[in-house]
Design a protein around this ligand. Structure first.
Ligand SMILES: Nc1ncnc2c1ncn2[C@@H]1O[C@H](COP(=O)(O)OP(=O)(O)OP(=O)(O)O)[C@@H](O)[C@H]1O
Ligand SMILES: [Mg+2]
Length: 412
């Protein structure tokens, strides 16, 4: 059972904290604060990593690590695949750089992320290596797969699996004509929860994604979710050694950032749980975490939704694009409770990702039962309307047959 803490309200205070120039910077809504060296806390922490988790130096001067399973591409091959990085093949743009699509010689469709060459180069080089390193270690149906990479002169390029159906944020914003129904939204939330559970329980030290948000959730043609963008991810505290957190610079995206981590620089897997809570709210409200164009009391989606929750007006927060069927209304309270528990201001009040996935699975099961009942009722109703109209048609028809002079008489 997930306990809902009302001190969640503290969220607002923390999210509105200003990060001044001495502390770090906000660049395209992404947060980079204090680059002090990383340490683990909570107990004695061995210096090296256990299990299959490998760590490489992230200094931008070092040569790129040679990673098992990841292919290396030449620039000539990537120019060919993207038709000289043609704008027609551009599929997106983010903090790291442009994203293009292309087809490899063996027929595989790939997304090619080309790092920018600008003032943030050193930062991007670290992001690039982190992403290559992390992606080459993980393998899960709900994670974008790394195919290969290139680091040549000032070029840093990642080649990953192409995910054909855009990102979740675009779907929620209505970029695509088809509205995601409740079942699909629940499936997407469960896919993300499974991907994070896998990362958090990976080997002895969890992998913390640190940038869970709707633009980093890519959808396949069947609307299954794949978590992308590992540029900010890092290895967490050693659970076996009893460590509770690592102290590290703050990275993430405004609106999704764990306020406790922001204030203490202490990171553990629960920071991803926080971002997941905010994402879950986004999934069923259809609103971005922060919407500056709204009236002031609606700008922070989590606070606005929480106020509605307290007032017992939960049906107000359901995405207007979703039909408010009894089945949707029957699960909205549990979904909201889970989202608020995940985004509790203190880490100890947040469930693990595994627990959150289990709750979502139960919610999905109950939703489907209600939804099926609803569909059955609807088809019974349609059927009785069809029978009724057929009956009245037959009675009219039989009357016209009885009147041979009628113009409506059907030819026999
Ligand atoms: N593997 C992929 N397959 C298909 N499209 C992709 C893939 N990776 C990225 N994209 C598209 O490119 C867009 C930009 O991605 P990118 O991760 O660089 O930036 P972002 O997530 O929008 O912003 P940020 O830099 O803050 O993470 C994504 O939103 C997505 O639509
Ligand atoms: Mg991204």
């Amino acid at each position: 059972m997930i306990v809902l803490r009302t001190d969640f309200i503290m969220w607002c205070v923390c999210q509105s904290k200003t990060i001044d120039d001495d502390d770090g910077l906000i660049y395209r809504n992404k947060v980079y604060v204090k680059d002090f060296s990383t340490q683990s806390f909570g107990s004695t922490e061995p210096g090296s990593l256990h299990g299959s988790v490998r760590r490489y130096s992230l200094s931008s001067q070092d040569p790129p690590p040679k990673l098992l399973g990841a292919e290396t591409f030449t620039m000539a091959e990537l120019y060919r695949v993207t038709e000289n990085f043609s704008p027609q093949n551009k599929i997106g743009q983010g903090g790291f750089g442009m994203v293009y699509k292309g087809r490899l010689r063996d027929g595989r469709m790939v997304a090619i992320k080309r790092g920018k060459k600008d003032a943030y180069e050193a930062r991007l080089s670290v992001e690039f290596r982190t992403e290559v390193e992390m992606l080459s270690q993980v393998d899960h149906l709900n994670l974008v797969k790394l195919i290969g990479y290139t680091e040549e002169d000032d070029e840093r390029i990642l080649v990953v699996d192409y995910v054909a159906n855009g990102n979740l944020g675009e779907h929620l914003d209505g970029t695509y004509s088809k509205v995601l129904d409740m079942r699909t939204r629940l499936d997407i939330a469960i896919d993300v929860a499974h991907a994070l559970t896998y990362l958090h329980l990976y080997a002895d030290r969890p992998i913390i994604h640190r940038d869970i948000k709707s633009s980093n959730i890519l959808l396949t043609s069947t609307c299954r979710a794949k978590v992308a963008d590992f540029g900010f991810s890092r290895v967490g505290p050693s659970v076996d050694a009893g460590a509770t957190h690592v102290s590290t610079q703050v990275k993430g995206t405004v609106g999704y950032l764990d306020p406790e981590y922001l204030n203490t620089f202490q990171l553990n897997a629960k920071s991803d749980v926080y971002s997941f809570g905010i994402l879950l709210l986004e999934i069923f409200t259809g609103r971005r975490p922060i919407e500056l164009k709204r009236p002031s009391d609606e700008r922070v989606t989590a606070l606005w939704a929480f106020r509605k929750f307290v007032l017992g007006k939960l049906s107000d927060i359901i995405d207007p694009k979703l039909e408010k069927t009894p089945a949707v209304l029957s699960v909205i309270e549990r979904l909201a409770e889970l989202a608020f528990a995940c985004s509790a201001s203190s880490k100890v009040d947040r469930p693990s990702m595994k627990k959150a996935a289990e709750v979502l699975w139960e919610v999905r099961k109950d939703y489907l039962v209600e939804h099926q009942k609803e569909e059955k009722l609807k088809s019974d109703r349609d059927e009785s309307i069809r029978i009724e109209s057929a009956r009245s048609y037959m009675s009219v028809d039989s009357q016209t047959v009885l009147h041979p002079n009628s113009n409506h008489r059907r030819p026999r």
